[in-house]
Design a protein around this ligand. Sequence first.
Ligand SMILES: *Cc1c(COP(=O)(O)O)cnc(C)c1O
Length: 428
Amino acid sequence: MNHFQRRDGELFAEEVPLAALAAAHGTPLYVYSTATLTRHWKVLEGSLRGLRHLTCYAVKANSSLAVLSLLARLGAGFDIVSGGELYRVRKAGGDPRKVVFSGVGKRDDEVAFALEAGVRVLDVESAEELARVSIVARRLGKRAPVALRVNPDVDPRTHPYISTGLKGNKFGVPVEEALRLYALAARDRALRIRGVAMHIGSQVTELAPFLDAIARMRGLVDELRRQGIAVGHLDIGGGLGIPYEESEEPPHPDAYGAAVKKALRGFGGEVLLEPGRLLVGNAGVLVTRVLYRKRNGRKRFVVVDAGMNDLVRPAMYGAFHAIEPVGPPAAAEITCDVVGPICESGDFLARGRRLPEPEAGDLLCVRSAGAYGFAMSSQYNARPRAAEVLVDRDRVLLARRREAYPDLVRGESARPRPRRFGPRRGLR
Ligand SMILES: *Cc1c(COP(=O)(O)O)cnc(C)c1O
């Protein structure tokens, strides 16, 4: 359920017509719904009632301050993958003690930033990283709270680019190596073992891979406890999929919550979760304007003002996004590719799609764009990034103003005679 519904033929975001938002803020425009995001949060939390847990929203799915701030007010923790995401979480009023720092390539400065901020745990992904975290912690006179991200070697049966829990992925350490690393960490006074972590992939549309992976992690937790290593939490990651098409039926969060609770019965610790897409995916849409229609041979194209720089998922994963007119749909339908203005043949939002025939100037709504939409956008082709608004009933927050041309060159210089480079002038 989301709050982007039609009223008298017109698409609304809660109580505000999308057309009015486009008129006020231009296109392409990301529109998020407070009620939808809040509802997704409450449904997931409801499904976990009775389980000692902390839900840490995966910031990379949508790191807009307005979204982070809303989630922080709902009580969320945060799963971050960079120092920049920690900066954003703090700017949005998030509590660092509820932050999990994931990611396969943390730099020393990022580890130090996280330790100074007092994050809950760093999820370590290799022997070398464990050693670096220890060195940085000692340098700061701190004990680093750590968990190992373990690769459970299960196939989440999702797109290969978003599958992370299989042997041969770059993520995590194998179960066998984890035992050895935990023993090392237990003897290191600069480290404090907090728990065990996993994350098997994204847009997972079955429960079985989660349950297989949890079962393997419980085996590891039992073994660690036999060896006298305290495991305070088990982080089961994120990855639950959402329906992008009406025909898709990923497990409902209620089914997920019930299965997770059952699989974790008797665990006797805290459970961490890291959902991203599930919370924000269907809480956002991308509004774009039709520029032209054209035919090349037998193919019909609808050229819109949003490109792969605004929403890369179709180009990158061949992902499907439902597209519909913002205004009353025309009676006649066409089959077309919906393409952007970027100079790449991979620049499309939809291929071979049936649509009510649009005209130049019409607005289209690209659904399920709240996750990995704006967050993955770029300025490719020197296109200023889109604006973002957050709707709350009849109120509208401009969460991020549209970039202007000067934003494209901020921080750049093109001096004809650069300064001499060397120790005298210091490294610049
Ligand atoms: C990306 C990511 C998530 C969130 O994945 P979703 O599919 O958006 O739920 C959670 N944990 C980690 C470590 C991630 O990298």
